[in-house]
Design a protein around this ligand. Structure first.
Ligand code: ARG
Length: 585
């Protein structure tokens, strides 16, 4: 039985051995199917014989792994993708693939584009990111949420899911009381004339200072919150003004980074929060705790604060209302929160409370907290400016641009490119490097932010990989070919896969599908960066040993190896698809 189109080699081989195990050992339903990419022997390897022998031993049957391996080999169904199987060592089964699948799959890519793996079902997914807080500056933590969130969405969209990108703005907290009171004093005619709040950060600091020092002001601030949350139009207007200034600032940064998400802030849930509190109360899930109303979702009794002692709602309340809205009204089947690791307990307790309250059925809705670690400076301490302040995102992006520009000038690219081209290259490199440095680290770990490292042109960096892609495309271009002419050629010329290095590169390219399948399971994008780096390494090895274009001593083209240019083209297309998911221009 042949695997369906779009399934990865790895999952096809898994099914293939699953069938063999079921046939050879029908009494062992718990026998594991272990298939992995093989570095040295064969192309893949099935490592199920050892654990199966163990299971048999536990049942009192005599068997050794090599015998098990032999039995599995005798039981495999016919499968055109597999050329041969060999037993090695204590009982590994080495799998050699038929190169014809490489011809078929890579030809398909050149002709019809890179296709995603086929998913069982297209899901409605809510991805919660970058979710900054109004009137506060964007900092590097939001940078990580933006970068990881954007790529996660792009990956899931590529797989065909319906992804709703929602920025859960912090736009409803008690800080609005003091901001509004301060606005009224400082710009009394704000209702008719748009106030010139250039620096919202300063504005925030000023109002905070008054709040801390002036009792009368403090009282007014509290009253303002109450008026705002009871939808007094005057206060609503002031609130909206402040939000708009803030959102405009955010938008500038997100546009530079190609980050797209719809703002649905905490304020949107006010009436839903009231309802959720009523529901929880009716279900008897709220307990009094020193004047607060709390809910316990888990046995460890970490409280979720639903109503404060002054009657106000909290971050917890808004997340309860939000998750209900997303499941009931948006019909989310998968909810992803891209938020720093510091909030992991919050999301665990949220899930537990939502399940306990009957808001979420864990069988029907998948919930992931895509958490990430803190960003450190090169001194391995918390990322700060020299004067000790938190680094603002705008300043960081500007610095990246400057450094990328310097690097390009060092190489004389300012002479070679038009001003417009130079700007495109500069932005692609600056933002590409920042994104790639972030995404290529395992996100749960902290990572050290270093412009020097990320702008290096060797190793697993965006500069190196962008350079590789550019180089690959220039091979065909210098031979007078375009992606279109290669597409035409692919209709009659087979992709060249006879040389060991050609086949090696092809095998890496074929693993694109299983790489995406893996990331869709665990949402770790550094696998994609590792994969991209592997592709370019395999390409370098191929290119070092295989001529694509042969020239004579005078540099005149003698022979163009179309089958190899097609392999170059497939490589470039896969790399481009990876860059597109990583949101690197
Ligand atoms: N505004 C929060 C922060 O900056 C993140 C919100 C994340 N989303 C959520 N549904 N809790 O820390």
């Amino acid at each position: 039985q042949e695997p369906v189109a779009g399934s990865s080699i790895l999952s096809a081989l898994q099914k293939y051995f699953e069938a063999a195990i079921n046939r050879a050992y029908p009494d062992l339903p718990d026998a594991p199917v272990v298939v992995a990419v093989s570095g040295k022997f064969g192309d893949y390897q099935c490592n199920s014989a050892m654990p199966i022998a163990q299971l048999l031993k536990a049942k009192g049957e005599k068997s050794n792994p090599r015998e098990v391996a032999q039995k599995l080999m005798d039981a495999v169904p016919p499968f055109s993708w597999v050329q041969k199987l060999d037993i090695a060592g204590p009982g590994f089964i080495n799998i050699t693939l038929n190169r014809s699948i490489g011809h078929k799959a890579l030809n398909e890519i050149v002709l019809n584009g890179v296709k995603p793996p086929v998913v069982d079902r297209k899901l409605t997914i809510v991805c919660d990111f970058p979710s900054p807080n109004i009137a506060k500056d964007l900092h590097v933590g939001h940078l990580r949420a933006s970068i990881i969130g954007e790529s996660t969405c792009r990956l899931l969209e590529f797989l065909g899911h319906n992804v709703l990108r929602i920025s859960h703005l912090g736009d409803w907290g008690t800080q609005f009381g003091m901001l509004i009171a301060h606005l009224q004093d400082k710009f009394p005619d704000y209702e008719t004339k748009s106030p010139p709040i250039g620096d919202l950060q300063m504005f925030y600091k000023e109002s905070k200072k008054r709040f801390d020092e002036d009792e009368v002001f403090k009282k007014r601030a509290y009253e303002s919150v109450v008026k705002l949350q009871s939808y007094d139009p005057v206060y609503q207007k002031a609130w909206k003004l402040i939000c708009d200034v803030s959102k405009k600032e955010f938008q500038k940064v997100f546009e530079r980074l190609d980050v797209k998400a719809e703002d649905v802030g905490e304020s949107f849930y006010q009436s839903r929060m009231e309802q959720v509190v009523k529901d929880l109360e009716e279900k008897g899930l709220l307990e009094d705790d020193d004047g607060r109303k709390v809910m316990f979702g888990r046995a460890d009794r970490i409280p979720f604060t639903i109503v404060k002692s002054d009657g106000g709602f909290t971050y917890d309340t808004s997340d309860m209302a939000t998750i209900q809205y997303r499941i009931n009204e948006l019909k989310a089947e998968w909810i992803i929160y891209v938020v720093d690791a510091g909030q992991s307990t919050h999301f665990e307790v949220l899930e537990a409370c939502a399940v306990k309250a009957g808001i979420m059925d864990p069988e029907k809705v998948r919930l992931d907290h895509v958490q990430f670690g803190v960003v450190l400076g090169e001194d391995k301490k918390k990322f700060k400016t020299r004067s000790g302040e938190t680094v603002k995102l705008v300043a960081l992006l500007d610095e990246g641009l400057k450094r990328a520009g310097d690097k390009l000038k060092e190489r004389g690219r300012d002479e070679a490119l038009t001003a417009e081209e130079f700007k495109i290259a500069q932005e692609a490199i600056a933002y590409g490097c920042i994104k790639y440095a972030d995404l290529s680290h395992n996100r749960v770990h902290e990572y050290v932010f270093s412009f020097d490292k990320m702008l290096e042109d060797k190793g697993n960096t965006a500069v190196y990989l962008l350079y590789m892609l550019t180089r690959i495309r220039s091979i065909a271009r210098l031979a007078g070919h375009t992606p279109e002419s290669l597409k035409e050629a692919a209709k009659s010329t087979p992709i060249s896969l006879d040389h060991e290095k050609e086949w090696n590169l092809a095998k890496v390219l074929l693993r694109f599908t299983e790489t995406l399948e893996k990331i869709a399971r665990d949402l770790y994008l550094h696998h994609l960066c590792e994969y991209l780096y592997e592709v370019s390494t395999a390409f370098s090895e191929f290119y070092d040993s295989c001529y694509c274009v042969e020239k004579d001593a005078a540099g005149t083209i003698k022979k163009i190896h179309i089958g190899r240019l097609l392999l170059c083209e497939a490589t470039a297309m896969i790399m481009e698809q990876c860059f597109s998911i990583l949101s690197i221009r």
